[in-house]
Design a protein around this ligand. Structure first.
Ligand SMILES: Cc1cc2nc3c(=O)[nH]c(=O)nc-3n(C[C@H](O)[C@H](O)[C@H](O)COP(=O)(O)OP(=O)(O)OC[C@H]3O[C@@H](n4cnc5c(N)ncnc54)[C@H](O)[C@@H]3O)c2cc1C
Length: 436
């Protein structure tokens, strides 16, 4: 049996591990066009600020790779031919597969303005991008960041950490309006301003102005100009679908995969950022760009490829991240509407977060220690925690396991309810119900 995995991200790597756990002798080939192999993409934010070095991005050792006994090809697949079970690589012999996993991730949506191709314009998809940003930031003084979601903030923080003056352009009236509520956006913006970031609301980038092929400034749609040496952007991502165009796979926004991560071709599986997977919370297939779901999907895909029937049950997506220095957990369905700064979804984001069913909001705390709960009939359906993270784990578990919160529901909804205490007390009793 020959298993081929396209992509050396967390989904692809988890599949190698799970295939090998079931099939000790089958041949496994992983193909990736990223010269840096498998590393932590969320970790790129901390690498960019200088908090960790590039070695810390790698969680696996040479011995781990040896033990898994697979081949790694640093190549780009240019075409999939399902009828012949064949993968083409330019200028090289084709690779034949018995079972294929497509785990090619997503790519940044490019800026669509004049000047977007000038030297000094950066996205943040992978380690090579991060290295290019670091090199450029050394000689620059002023940067403009464009976009929304987590990555735009990470770019802002990184450029600040390297001593640059940062201007952050927001199309709307507040940061990440599709996921955060107004108060949370203002907390994040307040922290950015304290750190010295100049925020420009209602600012639509119209043009990047160049001099000798390099960035020299920007112009907004309302005619405002800013002189700068670089532009960093994160306006959203899109699953890499070029390989699956016209080959008969069912595709919507991503490659449609069932609960076994199998596509409509029984020998082809899809996992991670490229896959669109059924979500019981919302009742339809959604995209995530989250590390943990990508790993779990890769794991389940690998088991099924190796013949061990296994089901991926998508649970409430969560992310523990840092927004302008504030540790923030986002769980389940918390927002709604459209964010003018992001097209589709962003990195570290889930479509589920914005699919807010009927819910009542309860919140408490100010600024750095803030909790917002989305309360359904009997269950919590989402939560945002900023600052103090003591309840992050309990809330993840309670939401994922649909804890019946009827005993505290009314109390949670009282004005000025001590939400943190109510949840902590409830958790102490309820936790016995689950294996933690
Ligand atoms: C800067 C940044 C910050 C993030 N922050 C968070 C966060 O806070 N929390 C969180 O949960 N998630 C975060 N994410 C998202 C998370 O990292 C992704 O969801 C996850 O890495 C997706 O894994 P994947 O295996 O699906 O794809 P990827 O990791 O994107 O891997 C795709 C692989 O496919 C390869 N490939 C693509 N096309 C081809 C081809 N034609 N031929 C050969 N190889 C190909 C690529 O080289 C790569 O190896 C962040 C991501 C980034 C980049």
């Amino acid at each position: 049996m020959r298993y081929v995995i396209i992509g050396a991200g967390v989904a692809g790597f988890a599949a190698v591990e799970s295939i090998r756990s079931v099939d000790k002798t089958g041949e496994i080939i992983m193909v990736s066009d990223d010269p840096h192999g498998f590393y932590s993409r969320p970790g790129l934010a901390y690498y960019l600020t200088g908090e960790i070095d590039d070695k810390a991005l790698y969680s696996r050792t040479k011995d781990d790779y040896k033990e898994l006994n697979f081949s790694f090809l640093k190549e780009r697949i240019t075409r999939i031919v399902p009828e012949q079970h064949k993968l083409e690589i330019e200028g090289k012999p084709a690779i034949v597969y018995d079972k294929l996993l497509i785990a090619v991730g997503a790519r940044a949506i490019p800026l669509n303005v004049p000047g977007a191709k000038l030297e000094g314009v950066f996205k943040l998809d992978h380690l090579t991008d991060a290295n290019n940003i670091l090199k450029w930031a050394k000689r620059g003084r002023t940067a403009v960041v464009v976009g929304g979601g987590i990555t735009a903030l990470e770019l802002t923080e990184a450029l600040l950490a390297h001593g640059m003056n940062v201007h952050y352009l927001l199309r709307g009236d507040r940061y990440w309006s599709s996921v955060l509520d107004k108060r949370e956006s203002l907390v994040v913006e307040g922290h950015l301003q304290e750190e010295g970031v100049t925020l420009h609301h209602h600012s639509d980038l119209a043009e990047i102005v160049g001099k000798s092929g390099r960035v020299a400034g920007i112009r907004t749609a309302d005619g405002h100009t800013i002189k700068c040496d670089m532009v960093a952007y994160a306006v959203g991502i899109v699953p890499r679908l070029d390989l699956v165009q016209g080959i008969g796979l069912n595709v919507e926004r991503g490659i449609l995969a069932d609960e076994h991560l199998q596509t409509n071709d029984p020998d082809i599986f899809a996992a991670g950022d490229v896959a669109q997977v059924y979500d019981p919370l919302t009742g339809h297939s959604v995209l995530d760009s989250l590390w943990n779901p990508a790993r779990e999907q890769g794991h389940v895909a690998g088991l099924n490829m190796a013949g061990r029937k296994s089901t991926y049950l998508k649970s409430a997506p969560f992310n523990v991240t840092r927004l302008a220095g504030l540790t923030t957990t986002i769980i389940g369905a918390v927002g709604r509407g459209r964010d003018e700064d992001v097209v589709g979804i962003a990195r570290g984001d889930s479509e589920t977060w914005r699919e807010l069913p009927e819910a009542i909001v309860a919140q408490s705390g100010l600024d750095v220690n803030h909790i917002r709960l989305l309360i359904g009939d009997k269950h919590l359906i989402g939560a945002v925690l900023m600052g103090d993270q003591k309840l992050s784990f309990p809330l993840q578990k309670m939401i994922a396991n649909s804890a019946d919160i009827s005993p505290i529901r009314d109390s949670l909804m009282q004005p000025d309810a001590p939400i943190a205490d109510l949840i902590a007390d409830f958790w102490m009793g309820w936790r016995k119900n689950i294996a933690v």
